[in-house]
Design a protein around this ligand. Structure first.
Ligand code: UDX
Length: 445
């Protein structure tokens, strides 16, 4: 088994390192953040990811996994170094490669033996070539270095499973030797390995993410039209999904995609295409639809509440999706900003996202630790994330707890059948509204 180092202990780096140790490799994870490394050494993951802590503890105890800030000594004697650092978005939409090149510099200055550098971070097409040239130009010792591309397809909340049981492993190399090293590293996973050149591998990652983003924006577009023409998006997607060419996944309408990948990777590929003098019209459409979709719920609520000033607003769900405490590009954020700017009083519940939300909105929101408390006396309620606790909540609570039960559900958490006869006004995405508040009371009276 190879002696492997992973640079970066964010989602990609940490999960990669832990899973490589789990299949039997000797792995050291490197990060320049002391606090993170100290936590990891105690078996505590700095990110919320189901199943990760257990694997960290197990593999640290059995001596397969180690954490350090001392990159020099580990880079010096690694067979393979994975780069799994972040590539955030620049203001113009392009990918910021500062972290990648910082690690490349540290590698160049430290390696003392032949080594394969594997870029796992999502990087624009051609970056691997640049990283290789950069390292070679800055090497301190006379060693042989090659760079390979090995994009990552894990989703937050299911990252460990997505890595250990990945749909495929894509490796992009420019030599048979590099290809063989990566084939050996991944052999214990017993998964399909697709080998290609570096630029194709870099492109697989962007094309996959942008296609999924496009799928979501397409279905959001169709959902919005369903509302206008009296169709129900649930029946429509169900009807579409029986065609195997379409499938039944990533067709859930909502208030747009968030997270650390789709928003960034759509913009980065569009930007890159423009640099090449080509306009990626489909990707641009996905970006535009998503930007507008974020406000789909507010638009519906406006019909009932011309102003949110002084309104008591319940918010259920803050994170960009369930199963994570990550708030990057969470659609809840621009909505909450808008509500606060208009003078609304917000009572918010999220099972794991509150601590991170407090960093963004320390005092302006009243954070609640239960759905009941968030609904108490509220005049309207927005649902931004489909957490299981929200999907499975007692629907009688809306009428029982709220002052006026107006519900705007951005993730279609409840079936229309279930929400009927609950005495609420319920608006979701791409489905007919249920209007019972007031109406039902009159009938009953
Ligand atoms: C995504 C990709 O799934 C993963 O393969 C890639 O490596 C990284 O980006 P992630 O961002 O963690 O993973 O979450 P994902 O589950 O894909 O959801 C992204 C966003 O799309 C969320 O905001 C989610 O709510 C939204 N979404 C997803 C929809 O609106 N509808 C859907 O049908 C699916």
């Amino acid at each position: 088994m190879s002696n492997i180092t992973v640079a970066g202990t964010g989602y990609v780096g940490l999960v990669t390192g832990v899973c490589l140790a789990e299949v039997g490799h000797q792995v050291t994870c490197v990060d320049n953040n002391d606090e993170k490394i100290n936590l990891l050494r105690q078996g505590i993951s700095p990110i919320y990811e189901p199943g990760l802590d257990e694997l960290i503890v197990k593999n640290t105890e059995n001596g397969k996994l180690d954490f350090t800030t001392d990159y020099q000594s580990v880079y010096a004697h690694s067979d393979v170094i994975f780069i799994g650092v972040g590539t955030p978005e620049n203001e113009d939409g392009s990918a910021n490669l500062n972290y990648v090149f910082t690690v490349a510099k540290e590698i160049a200055e430290s390696v003392e033996q032949d080594c394969l550098v594997v870029v796992k971070s999502t990087v624009p097409i051609g970056t691997n070539d640049r990283v290789e040239a950069y390292i070679k130009a800055h090497l301190k010792h006379n060693v042989k270095i090659e760079v390979a591309s090995n994009p990552e397809f894990l989703a937050q909340g299911t990252a460990v499973r997505d890595t250990l049981y990945a749909s495929r492993i894509v490796i992009g190399t420019e030599s048979d030797e590099a290809k063989q090293i990566l084939m050996d590293v991944y052999e214990p996973f017993k998964l399909p390995i697709l080998a290609m050149n570096r630029r194709s591998a870099e492109m697989v990652k962007y094309a996959s993410n942008d296609f999924l983003a496009l799928k979501i924006s397409f279905i959001n577009d169709i959902a919005n039209l369903c509302e206008k023409v009296g169709a129900n998006i649930e029946d429509v997607t169900n009807g579409m999904s029986y065609d195997e060419r379409i499938g039944n996944r990533f067709l859930n309408p909502g208030i747009g995609y968030g997270g650390s990948c789709f928003p960034k990777d759509t913009k980065a590929l569009h930007w890159l295409a423009e640099e090449e003098g080509y306009i990626l019209r489909t990707v641009k459409a996905a970006i535009d639809v998503n930007e507008k979709q974020k406000y789909a719920l507010i638009k519906k609520a406006r019909n009932d509440f011309p102003t949110f000033n002084e309104k008591k607003v319940a918010v259920l769900g803050l994170t960009f999706k369930p199963g994570t405490d990550d708030l990057r590009e969470a659609p809840s954020i621009p909505n909450i900003r808008l509500l606060l700017n208009e003078g609304a009083h917000i009572q918010a519940f999220d099972p794991v996202g509150i601590e991170n939300y407090k960093k963004l909105f320390p005092d302006q929101i009243s954070y609640k630790h239960s759905i009941e408390e968030a609904l108490e006396d509220a005049e309207l309620c927005f649902i931004f994330t489909e957490w299981p606790e929200i999907k499975e909540m007692d629907l009688g609570l809306f009428k029982e707890k709220m002052k006026t039960p107006y519900i705007y559900d951005g993730r279609n958490c409840f079936s229309l059948y279930e929400i009927q006869n609950k005495g609420v006004n319920y608006h979701s995405i791409g489905r007919p509204s249920v209007i019972e508040y007031g109406v039902l009371d009159e009938v009953q009276a």
